[in-house]
Design a protein around this ligand. Structure first.
Ligand code: FMN
Length: 156
């Protein structure tokens, strides 16, 4: 099983920190989408898509990439994000795009990320120190659960 994590993280590299621990847990290749294209997924069985939340959604370049990747119901995918709110409801849009392309969506993870966007800058930002050790442990556990789940699933 070959794993890939695609990430877009430009505000404070919060999502990159999460992506790094997930990549380690899954023994996955970690690639910034700025350095890649839709064809990259071809050689992988498990693919994680991670982004900061910007305007309530994944980064638009990440959404455009998801839109362009070829459908494949044999690939297991998951989504993750960091955000000011740290809510996985902001992962839903990307999750739905992937489901519509018939990918097998096996999980969704979110945690808080340091946020100095807009008015938050005036107060020195919110969620200072996030993702923190607990967030990163949760991210690692999530990735290990995915690994275990996928190992025990018969290919569809
Ligand atoms: C332009 C912009 C828009 C944002 N919009 C949201 C939002 O709609 N909801 C939210 O919870 N956080 C929002 N945030 C906060 C980021 O999601 C948060 O800081 C995240 O951890 C950034 O991830 P990154 O450092 O990986 O880029 C926004 C940040 C920026 C810069």
């Amino acid at each position: 099983m070959k794993s890939l994590i695609l990430v877009r993280s430009y505000h404070h590299k919060n999502t990159l920190k999460v992506a790094e621990v997930m990549a380690q847990a899954l023994e996955a290749d970690l690639v910034d989408i700025q350095e890649s294209g839709p064809g990259i997924i071809t050689n992988y069985d498990i693919i994680g898509f991670g982004s900061g939340i910007y305007w309530g959604k994944f980064d638009r370049d990440m959404l455009a990439l998801i839109d362009k990747i070829p459908s494949d119901k044999n690939k297991k995918v998951f989504v993750f994000s960091t955000g000011g709110m740290g809510s996985d409801k902001f992962n839903e849009f990307a999750k739905e795009l992937l489901s519509k392309k018939e990918f097998n969506v096996v999980g969704s993870f979110a945690c808080k990320g340091f946020d100095t966007f807009g008015p938050f800058k005036l107060v020195g930002g919110i969620n200072k120190g996030h993702p923190d050790d607990e967030d990163l442990n949760n991210a690692r556990d999530f990735a290990l659960r995915i690994k275990k789940m996928v190992q025990f699933q018969v290919p569809s």
